[in-house]
Design a protein around this ligand. Structure first.
Ligand code: ATP
Ligand code: MG
Length: 344
């Protein structure tokens, strides 16, 4: 048996209490015999004395052992719970801290699960996107190897298709790489002052063939002939190419009209790409900036994109400290707009 100071003090106090009670009875023994009421008074006093002593002693014992246990527990708990002044921590506070930490852990677990799901979905999407052009390359190559190469028309036709699929693969890989760099915060802007109207005209020329193929008309409407902005020219041209080529692709109607407006508003320039195409249903609109997201109908397009264009647009504008807005009326048209800082 080990010697405990507190147990010693407790038993000593209880012994003293018992001794006092016995002494009380001894002193009052004559009185007790003759007087019943003083007998009851002494009993009452003794009970009261034993109760008070028990209370004080037990209270001390519990407090002492409680603090000791908390101190022991806090040495094995993570820092955020244990590093407080242990002597002041009681069981209630300890349990509050533990439940606080449990809640925090649950949130972290949810976040990890969400990230895991996101990662799986992302990998699934990437492999799905890469599979389509790869399988078609494989198909064409097999046909050529099986003798198709002898027929010059088949050979040329298939080589052109292989070239297109390789182009598609390269576009996906380049877009994914760009998104990765934006998300990793590795993109540095090269801000210069340039005329946004000139850039828009250049892009309209660049996409002219595509617009002609779709019988769409693309034109610039501006409030002033020259409009200088401060931005990364190469990246803003990527934004405009993505928005204008989307407008051309998803018009889904004959003779679509695409207007690009540039307007000065205070010290900023508003750029809006507006089309009178098929539009986007309100339930799909909030998701179009997610990577790999495509509205169901456009998923079936033969020359379908990967759903990365708008995600890139969003990243580029966010890197400029700006934000892209989309408004659409289903079957009537869509408008994407954003601001850039006006150059003085
Ligand atoms: P990518 O740009 O990677 O080649 P994508 O064009 O399918 O592929 P996004 O540019 O991100 O991907 O566009 C996402 C989806 O939003 C499109 O698939 C299309 O369904 C819808 N969308 C985008 N712009 C328009 C528009 N102007 N009109 C109607 N729908 C649009
Ligand atoms: Mg696109």
């Amino acid at each position: 048996m080990r010697f405990h100071r507190l147990t010693f003090r407790a038993s000593l106090s209880l012994t003293v209490a018992m001794f006092i009670v016995a002494l009380l009875f001894d002193i009052a023994k004559d009185e007790i015999v003759h007087n019943v009421s003083s007998y009851y008074a002494i009993i009452f006093l003794s009970v009261l004395l034993v109760f008070v002593l028990n209370y004080v002693i037990l209270d001390q014992l519990f407090n002492f052992y409680g603090t000791k246990q908390i101190r022991k527990i806090s040495t094995i708990l993570p820092n955020e719970i244990g590093n407080v002044d242990d002597s002041k921590l009681n069981f209630k506070q300890l349990s509050e801290r533990v439940s606080e930490m449990r809640q925090k852990n649950a949130t972290e677990m949810d976040l990890l699960k969400e990230m895991e799901m996101y990662r799986k979905e992302y990998l699934g999407n990437v492999s799905h996107e890469l599979k389509t052009p790869l399988f078609s390359i494989q198909g064409y190559v097999e046909t050529l190897l099986d003798g198709g190469v002898e027929d010059l028309t088949i050979r040329d036709k298939y080589l052109v298709r292989i070239d297109k699929s390789v182009e598609r693969l390269l576009t996906i890989v380049r877009d994914l790489d760009m998104i990765y760099q934006y998300e990793a915060g590795e993109i540095h802007l090269n801000i210069t002052s340039f005329d946004i109207n000139i850039l828009i005209r250049e892009i309209i020329d660049l996409l002219d063939l595509e617009a002609q193929r779709k019988e769409s008309k693309v034109q610039l409407q501006t409030s002033s002939s020259t409009l200088f902005v401060n931005a990364d020219k190469q990246k803003i041209s990527q934004v405009l190419i993505n928005l204008i080529s989307n407008a051309i692709h998803y018009a889904n109607r004959e003779k679509a009209q695409i207007n690009i407006h540039t307007t000065v508003l205070g010290n900023r320039v508003l750029i809006a790409v507006q089309d009178n195409g098929m539009g986007i249903k309100p339930e799909n609109l909030p998701r179009i900036f997610e990577r790999f997201y495509r509205v169901e109908i456009s998923r079936n397009r033969k020359d379908g994109g990967s759903g990365l264009g708008l995600a890139i647009v969003k990243h580029i504008l966010e890197a400029h400290g700006e934000h892209i807005s989309a408004k659409s009326v289903y079957l009537e048209g869509t408008e994407f707009s954003f601001y850039l800082e006006k150059s003085t």
